[in-house]
Write a protein that binds this ligand. Structure first.
Ligand SMILES: COC(=O)c1ccc(CCNc2nc3cc4nc(N)[nH]c(=O)c4cc3[nH]2)cc1
Ligand SMILES: [Zn+2]
Length: 372
C-alpha cells in the first residue's frame, strides 16, 4: 500500500515541482484538477479526461449528497467505481457550494442547514457529516469543512469567520477516517488580512495535516488582490506539504499562482466556458460564436494535439456551436482541458529547467500577441 506523501523535486524562485503519492496513484505538481461536480466531467468520457493528462479530478460533497446521495454511491462501490475513474479524486467539503447554490441557509456553530437548489428538500452539513459523506464517496483527498469568507469582509467579520473555520477544521480532523494513502487537507482562511492568514496557518499547522489549501480567494477580489494576498499567505503554509488554491482560475491566474508557490488548482472555467463556445489557446482566448470564424479552416490552436485541433477547423467548431450541436460543446471542452494540462506540463518543465521567469514572459507575450 502507498502512504500519502509529497515529494519536492525542484524549485525555481517560489515555484515548486513536486509529486504527490496517493492510494489511487501519483499526481505531478503543479497540477490542474478538472471539475467533475455531479460524478462526471461534463461532456467527457473519463478515459478522454485522462488522455488530456489529468491525474486527479475534483468532486463535490454538496452536489452528490443531494443527488444521487452519498449512501447510495457507497452501496454502489464508491465514487471511483461509480464514475469509472480509478485515479485520485479530491472532493470539496460542501460549505462553499451551500453558500453559492442553496436557498434558505442557516449557519450555526454546529454547521449549516439548507434547502436543496434541485427540489427544495432540507439538508444539514457539519464537519462530522461532511467527513462522513467524503468517506462514503471514497475520496482520495478530503477537504475540511469550512466557511468561505465572502469578499469584501471587515477584519472583524473575517476573523470571526476564520476562527469558526479553524474550530471546524479540528472537528473535521477528529471525525476524519484515516486510511493509508488518503488525506485530509486543512483550508486557510483570513480573507486579505495578513495577521488573520497567519493565525489561520498556525492553527492548521498545529493539526499536522498532510496538505493544505488557500481558501477564501477567487471570490470576486480580482487578480491583483489575489496575487497580493498570495504574496504573503502561501509561505505561511508548511513547505513540505502540498498547497492547493481553490477555484482558480484563468490561465494567467495559474501562471501567477504557480510563481507564488501553489501546487494544485481546480476551476470550472475550462469546462463551463467550453460549453459556452470559449476556447483557450496559446495565443489568447477565442469565442467561436463570432461570425469571423465561419470560413476559417485553420485549427483552433496550431500548438495543440487534441482531437478538436488535429481533426477539425475553426469553421466547423463555429458551425457546430451556431447549430447548437452537442459535439461543439464536447470538442471545446476537450480542447480547453487539453490546453490547461499542456499549460501545467509546460510549467512543470520550466521549473525543472529553472526558467519559470522566461516562461511567464513568453506566456504573456503570446497571450497578448493579438491577431489570433
Ligand atoms: C466560467 O467560470 C465560472 O463560472 C467560474 C465560477 C466561479 C469561479 C471561482 C470559484 N472560486 C472559488 N471556489 C472555491 C471553493 C472553496 N471551497 C472551500 N471549501 N473553501 C473555500 O474557501 C473555497 C473558495 C473558493 N473560491 C471561477 C469560475
Ligand atoms: Zn486542442
Amino acid at each position: 500500500m502507498t502512504e500519502f506523501r509529497y515529494e519536492l523535486l525542484a524549485t525555481d524562485g517560489k515555484a515548486r515541482l513536486g509529486r504527490i503519492h496517493t492510494a489511487h496513484g501519483v499526481i505531478d505538481t503543479p497540477a490542474f484538477m478538472p471539475v467533475g461536480t455531479a460524478a462526471t466531467v461534463k461532456g467527457m468520457l473519463p478515459e478522454n479526461v485522462a488522455d488530456t493528462g489529468a491525474q486527479i479530478l475534483l468532486g463535490n460533497t454538496y452536489h452528490l449528497m443531494l443527488r444521487p446521495g452519498a449512501e447510495r454511491i457507497a452501496r454502489l462501490g464508491g465514487l471511483h467505481k461509480f464514475m469509472n475513474w480509478d485515479k485520485p479524486i479530491l472532493t470539496d467539503s460542501g460549505g462553499y457550494q451551500v453558500m453559492s447554490l442553496s436557498k434558505l441557509r442557516k449557519i450555526t456553530e454546529d454547521g449549516v442547514t439548507f434547502k436543496s437548489h434541485i427540489d427544495g428538500r432540507k439538508f444539514a452539513l457539519s464537519p462530522e457529516r461532511s467527513m462522513e459523506i467524503q468517506h462514503l464517496l471514497g475520496s482520495t483527498i478530503t477537504m475540511a469543512f469550512d466557511e468561505c469568507t465572502p469578499f469584501p469582509a471587515t477584519e472583524q467579520q473575517a476573523a470571526d469567520s476564520m476562527r469558526m473555520s479553524m474550530r471546524w477544521a479540528k472537528r473535521s480532523k477528529d471525525a476524519f477516517v484515516n486510511r493509508e494513502g488518503y488525506a485530509l487537507y486543512g483550508i486557510q482562511q483570513g480573507s486579505v488580512f495578513e495577521n488573520l492568514r497567519r493565525e489561520s496557518s498556525e492553527k492548521l499547522t498545529e493539526l499536522d495535516l498532510p496538505g493544505h489549501s488557500v481558501g477564501g480567494l477567487a471570490v470576486g477580489e480580482g487578480q491583483q488582490i489575489m496575487f497580493d494576498t498570495l504574496d504573503f499567505c502561501v509561505d505561511m503554509l508548511p513547505a513540505n506539504k502540498p498547497r492547493y488554491l481553490m477555484g482558480v482560475g484563468k490561465p494567467s491566474d495559474l501562471v501567477g499562482a504557480v510563481m507564488r508557490g501553489i501546487d494544485q488548482f481546480d476551476c470550472v472555467l475550462p469546462t463551463r466556458s467550453g460549453r459556452n463556445a470559449q476556447g483557450f489557446t496559446h495565443r489568447g482566448t477565442l469565442n467561436l460564436k463570432n461570425g469571423r470564424h465561419r470560413d476559417d479552416d485553420r485549427p483552433l490552436d496550431d500548438q495543440c494535439n487534441c482531437p478538436a485541433c488535429t481533426k477539425y477547423s475553426r469553421a466547423y467548431l463555429h458551425h457546430l456551436i451556431k447549430a447548437g450541436e452537442i459535439l461543439g460543446a464536447v470538442l471545446l471542452t476537450w480542447h480547453n482541458l487539453a490546453y490547461y494540462q499542456d499549460l501545467m506540463a509546460d510549467m512543470r518543465k520550466a521549473i525543472a529547467e529553472g526558467r519559470m521567469d522566461a516562461f511567464a514572459r513568453d506566456f504573456h507575450a503570446a497571450q497578448e500577441g493579438g491577431d489570433i
